[in-house]
Design a protein around this ligand. Structure first.
Ligand SMILES: Nc1ncnc2c1ncn2[C@@H]1O[C@H](COP(=O)(O)OP(=O)(O)OP(=O)(O)O)[C@@H](O)[C@H]1O
Length: 342
């Protein structure tokens, strides 16, 4: 996550820790006034990516594009409609909950809102111990480990018998992180882990996640709509639009030389620290809101909002081909990679 080396200098990755292929999640359509079911909602519409051991993949995109649904399917809080989730060589997407149990400890999730994701009636000891108790640990061992985890995430172990409301937002998120680490996972899906926190606290929690990654060798799927945070934490980034990945690649490539018009538009809205550069740069304004996943446009689903759309974009859907774990691709008929960019 913090490795300053450019992606090109990193050693080639071995077998990915996580491989997601053609993942689809369809929710039933909402019932209309006449009681008739609406069109099904294709929240995730054929998503594929890999995450290497110890790597951070950022998953970005506007609200409603399917980021959380993708994350929840990976940890099986939601069952995929179709597609595969392969974790460390085992296809877990289709396992029953009982079959999943031995794998579950390796895959954990951190949620956006620390307060609503922590049971207000349970003490921190109980919250952090619970995953261990489920795995068969004794109460005494689980409590000891919970105290150790509190220390690891920068909380005072003596506060172990307090309740979530006795902690600040940042501290509560540390409890959520400690809980996610209880079973020594290898992959953590962090779903907007800092977006509910004050900006000053966000950096502290991001620092903590980076440190934990280095100490524990964790891989992260870091879901966020804040591109500045993702730029800081991730090695690679996948940009989602209306249930699909429209661009994926190493962070330096996607941020430095975005190929998809949607990525370009998202990046053009990120404020630049240098006021002169901020004034000089072109801002691409996206027209309207994203279409409903219950009624996606034909062709490239981004075409109604795309400043570069041509006839082909209205009729034919561009596909993202995954060519390997380090794929760099944009699902666009007319990608805009600048020839001389880094
Ligand atoms: N349980 C559900 N039933 C019906 N539709 C759902 C359900 N969960 C999510 N959706 C819909 O699926 C789409 C994707 O939602 P999702 O929460 O995955 O997006 P997101 O990118 O994580 O957005 P946000 O950043 O706002 O959380 C949205 O249109 C959402 O309304």
């Amino acid at each position: 996550m913090t490795a300053p080396t450019p992606s090109a200098a990193r050693p080639a990755r071995a077998e990915p820790l996580l491989s997601v292929r053609d993942l689809v999640k369809t929710f039933p359509g909402k019932r209309g006034r006449a009681g008739r079911a609406g069109a099904p909602i294709r929240a995730v519409d054929g998503v594929s990516f890999d995450v290497g051991k110890g790597e951070t993949l950022g998953l970005v995109g506007e609200s409603g594009c399917g980021k959380s649904t993708t994350g929840r399917m990976i940890v099986r809080l939601l069952d995929p409609t179709s597609g595969t989730v392969t974790f460390d060589g085992t296809e877990i997407g289709g396992l029953s909950q009982a079959e999943l149990r031995p794998h579950r400890r390796h895959l954990q999730m951190v949620f956006q809102d620390p307060y609503s994701s922590l049971n207000p009636r349970q003490t921190v000891a109980r919250i952090i111990s619970e995953p261990l108790l489920i795995q068969g640990a004794s109460a005494a061992d689980a409590r000891k480990r919970a105290a150790g985890l509190m220390e690891l995430v920068g909380l005072i172990p003596e506060h172990i018998d307090r309740y979530p409301h006795e902690f600040s937002g940042g501290q509560a998120q540390r409890i959520g992180i400690a809980r996610s680490l209880a079973t020594s996972p290898r992959l953590v899906i962090a779903d907007e882990p800092v977006s509910a926190l004050d900006v000053s606290i966000q950096a502290q929690v991001v620092n903590l996640m980076e440190r934990l990654q280095q100490e524990l060798g964790l891989a992260y799927v870091f879901i966020a709509h804040d591109l500045s945070v993702v730029k800081r934490v991730c090695d690679r980034v996948a940009v989602m639009y209306l249930g699909r990945i429209v661009e994926i690649g190493a962070k330096e490539e996607v941020y430095g030389n975005p190929a998809h018009p949607y990525t370009r538009a998202l990046l053009s809205a990120v404020p630049l620290p240098d006021p002169a550069a901020e004034r000089a740069r072109e801002r691409i304004v996206l027209l309207g809101d994203p279409p409903s996943p219950a009624n996606p446009p034909s062709g490239c689903t981004f075409h109604p909002r795309c400043p570069k759309a041509q006839e082909l974009c209205r009729t034919e859907r561009p596909l993202l081909r995954i060519t390997g774990p380090g794929a760099r691709e944009a699902a666009c008929h007319f990608p805009e990679v600048a020839q001389n960019a880094t």
